[in-house]
Design a protein around this ligand. Structure first.
Ligand SMILES: [Zn+2]
Length: 87
């Protein structure tokens, strides 16, 4: 579910496709995750990134960051899943 949300945010431009600059890494501060939309608590790992497209800050759970990193790379490649295979 988180993956779908992140994919959606990549598509409508709320998350960058470019590899964002890493600003910091550490425990959360109760602020909203830009990936899944839920708060990042002090018990969770957070990565703070800088979007080089519009210089805005992005906060992500460590877990959401992994998904975003995975999905943004996939987004560049054309999907072949929807192409019907004729025999
Ligand atoms: Zn998250």
């Amino acid at each position: 579910m988180t993956r779908q949300l992140i994919r959606l945010r990549l598509r409508d431009g709320r998350l960058p496709h470019d590899r964002a600059v890493e600003l910091g890494f550490g425990p959360g501060s109760g602020q909203e995750c830009d990936g899944c939309g839920t708060a990042i608590t002090a018990r969770q790992a957070m990565t703070l990134r800088l979007d080089t497209e519009d210089w805005s800050e992005i906060r992500l759970h460590d877990e959401c960051f992994q998904i975003w990193d995975d999905e943004r790379l996939k987004a560049w490649q054309p999907s072949r899943e929807s192409t019907p295979v004729k025999k």
